[in-house]
Design a protein around this ligand. Sequence first.
Ligand SMILES: NC(=O)C1=CN([C@@H]2O[C@H](COP(=O)(O)OP(=O)(O)OC[C@H]3O[C@@H](n4cnc5c(N)ncnc54)[C@H](OP(=O)(O)O)[C@@H]3O)[C@@H](O)[C@H]2O)C=CC1
Ligand SMILES: N[C@@H](CC=O)C(=O)O
Length: 377
Amino acid sequence: MSVAASALHGQVSQARPRSTTAAANAAPARVALLGTGTVGGAVIARLSSWRGTALGERLSLVHVANSRRAAVGLDGLAPEQAVAILADSSQASALSDIASALEGDGARVVIDATASEAVAEQHAQWLAQGIHVVTACKIGQGTSLARWRAIREACAQGASGYGDSATVGAGLPLLRSLRELQAGGDRIHAIAGVLSGSLAWLFNHYDGMRPFSALVRQARDAGYTEPDPRDDLSGEDVRRKLLILARAAGVALDAGDVEVSSLVPPELAILSRDGVDAALPALDAPLRERYAEAYKNGEKLRFIARLERHDDGRVSARVGLESLPGDHPLAGGAGTDNKVAIWSDRYKVQPLVIQGPGAGAEVTAAGLLDDVLRLVG
Ligand SMILES: NC(=O)C1=CN([C@@H]2O[C@H](COP(=O)(O)OP(=O)(O)OC[C@H]3O[C@@H](n4cnc5c(N)ncnc54)[C@H](OP(=O)(O)O)[C@@H]3O)[C@@H](O)[C@H]2O)C=CC1
Ligand SMILES: N[C@@H](CC=O)C(=O)O
């Protein structure tokens, strides 16, 4: 599929260096954390490890919530006690409470460590109120173009920043590099690579012997997959990441402009989430066949995202499983490695290649908190 490219500019996160005097005088930024699962739990652990340090003094955790409960501490919750306080809290979780919990001196920040549509729908409203949003969730910028535009406009309206490093590459310097290339006058020509940490891990480990479904369970238990692993296996998570990259590269793609080849057979796709685990073996036979075919040709299976701007102005975007020669540059990597090649005016022939862990609680939490620190100055 191809669409016309349109010139958009890179987004949004603003580094705001602060002077030493300002640093000494500034009230700590007030932080609301939404989501206490794999990623949110690691954010709390990292904040706990900062207690009593200069980094810890820059942030005050005033609101923590999961989908059920919230805990509020207007003078700051001790991060190491936040999980226990939340477990004991009788306050119901409500997104409408967050702005008031953040009121007070200092910058205000919402960290979105959920996979929630309802939370993503609030991003633009918080930004318009001057509240920074830092997110691991791709639903804000990686779904409809209208929502992506609303987020950008709200940043301008609220003079607030959107921290999105964790949405692609779990904090790897991917979006930052795209933006810096363009800030230096480059046009992005193409992007190709492995954008899913869980699918990278799966295809780095799958040898055609163990059932693929058993590896999916292992990847889920390690915290690499989305809460519903079908979001990874269907290519939807990679579609969102490619949309985020494309839009940051100045290409106004909508979700339907990306051609997606899903690994999820129809009988698994139609199930409610409760039924997914038991039905995962439906993946096994088709993937064994794909693997055997690739193996016969000396190739490796990799789930690849591709964006290309053609000379005539068309853009093509697709994600799906590819069988690559064993020595292909995108076939390398280990563990959850993402590996992304970027072609631009200065990298015309040999692309810029960025590689590193692309999923996992700790790297993602670190990427989120890096963005928070950048935004609050
Ligand atoms: N895992 C990874 O390696 C990476 C994940 N991400 C992204 O991070 C996000 C979180 O993933 P992960 O931690 O694995 O998911 P989990 O399922 O482990 O955690 C999700 C959390 O969100 C909470 N939640 C859901 N809805 C709301 C709501 N309305 N208000 C407040 N909290 C809510 C859930 O609450 P409850 O406990 O009540 O269900 C849960 O605590 C996802 O968007 C994912 O794409 C990004 C990069 C890497
Ligand atoms: N499920 C995602 C987690 C990070 O975004 C992935 O597998 O890459």
